[in-house]
Design a protein around this ligand. Sequence first.
Ligand SMILES: [Zn+2]
Length: 278
Amino acid sequence: MAMTDLEFKRAVSPPKAGQEMAYFFIFYDNSIFIDEKEEQQVSIPIFKIEEALKLKLEDICFLGMIGDRSCYSSHAQALNREIGLKPINIRALYGKIDFLFWKVAGYARQIHDWNLNFKYCGRCGRETERKNDEHVRICSNCSLMSYPRISPATIIAVVKENQILLARGVNFPNKKMFSVLAGFVEPGEILEECVKREVFEETGIIVKNIHYFKSQSWPFPDSLMIGFIAEYKSGEIVIDKNEIEEAAWFSPDKLPLVPSRYTIARELIDWFVEGSDS
Ligand SMILES: [Zn+2]
């Protein structure tokens, strides 16, 4: 994936002057509109702000700056042809666009969803208002504050001697794909407890020596994936059929189909393969 020298600087209030052209992260359902000049060359569209207003974009929200250009999120009400851009599934954008823009697209999507989903107070139902200097929506009646939501999940490589525990989730679109185990953190739980609980609930395996690996923002819709490595302690595989179709221990030379690059799942599996004895 290409890398640019540009940086993204988050901000809540747009600069007052000198912002002629801006990047627009425009969403429609699960798609984002891209500018496709040639087959392999896609980019985030750039408009003058006045032009963007003519396109009837809704819920325009300032996100910050890439270089000296402002960035906005918004959505198109319909797939109107006036926009002259191509919608592409957000996940499919991965690998097609510079990594910085991919990351900002994920951020844009989450800020955008928060803005839409918290227009009304979850406690009393009245309208909320956005604060000017912080991403928070405040209820006009009861003052409940709603921040953009992030859902932490652990993702775990369980290793037993020279084998890794992989499973095929019931929701995997590809019926041959296996991956490491993952699950959402529950209220009141610390990450290591979540690792132990998820592995045990899904496969009946008890783990020990849990170590942090790395993390990845995963905006589908709002996860923060926190990677861990754990050692097998005891137990036989007994799957939770509500979540898992199949689980097994795999040696590095006999891996099944696994997730694509740029996912933390794959990085955990690659870490295992590189560090294995074979
Ligand atoms: Zn309220």
